[in-house]
Design a protein around this ligand. Sequence first.
Ligand code: KG4
Ligand code: ZN
Length: 348
Amino acid sequence: MHHTLNILGIETSCDETAVAIFEGEPTAGQGRILAERVASQIPTHARFGGIVPEVASREHLAALPGLVAETMREAGLHWRDLHGIAVTAGPGLMGALLVGVAFARAAGRAAGLPVFPIHHMEGHLLAPGIAAALPPFPFISLLVSGGHTMLVRVDGIGRYTVIGQTIDDAAGECFDKSARLLGLPYPGGPEIARLAAGGDARRFPLPRPMLQHDNLNFSFSGLKTAVMLATKSCAHEPDEQWKHDLAAAIEAAITEVLIAKSVRACRQHGVAHLVIAGGVAANQTLRARLQAEASQYGLSIHLPDPRYCTDNGAMIAFACYCQVIADRHPPEAWDARARWPLQTVSAH
Ligand code: KG4
Ligand code: ZN
């Protein structure tokens, strides 16, 4: 008999309530998403210019049970057809995480299923494997989201070494804060990208923080300050072209630093495969530039589909599937963790 592994994935760490079911081959690392839902809270939080944690928890609570029911129905599965439940256990907003974790535990108990605590960044990191084969190990992964910017050396499932990270703001945070300075709504990344399309990046020579430093770390707070000064000096311009030009300059500066440091990481580690994942990896300019420059650096680039770059349930279900086929078992005791260093996942 040929049994597939069906994993329900639940993600509630931030401002998307997301659910998906991954159906995987029992031995090979392949499979497909049977059904998925992402309910974004962006319209709710946009009114406040950022995420309000208490509001996020309440929205997850209201949305999650219905999304799970819809996803199960669309996949045509009953609880008994599942092999396990994967849930983001951290890092993230504690109240938001607890909604997903409590639901997963209750469902796991009732249906007699194991519950797997998944690290949110491990989900992002493995996301290119959802719809295509993962690159061979070792590979380097640049993880760029609203809360994190890090370079990770991946030597296997659960074998992650953080080799570089931001010393202040995350790349997504820099997009979000810059957008705010330009009077754009939250989240800023897609808004800056939209404005940038009609802009000339050369008008504003923004700094490329840490580009010349011979290490793998990032810093984005100085860039944010430069953007603030530029907005002040342009506030009285008669037309709005400067906003397009500044948005293009912001996108170019962030993109250039991210690519340069990723290439440096691959060179230093003698690795030819580069993954870029997390919300900022949905950025089309970043994707296009990387693809265009990859051959010149001798790199092969692995990008998740844009919908698997921003937060989703598929990456959580898939990360769990990878653990199961790698024979990694859920720990006996675990809890939601607002902070959870990625390197410690395998120590679990
Ligand atoms: O991974 P994600 O969905 O949530 C976190 O785990 O943080 O990442 C969200 C971040 C936000 O900062 C958002 O502005 C950014 O990803 N983002 C983008 C784009 N889409 C989302 N940044 C640049 N360009 C985009 N197209
Ligand atoms: Zn994320």
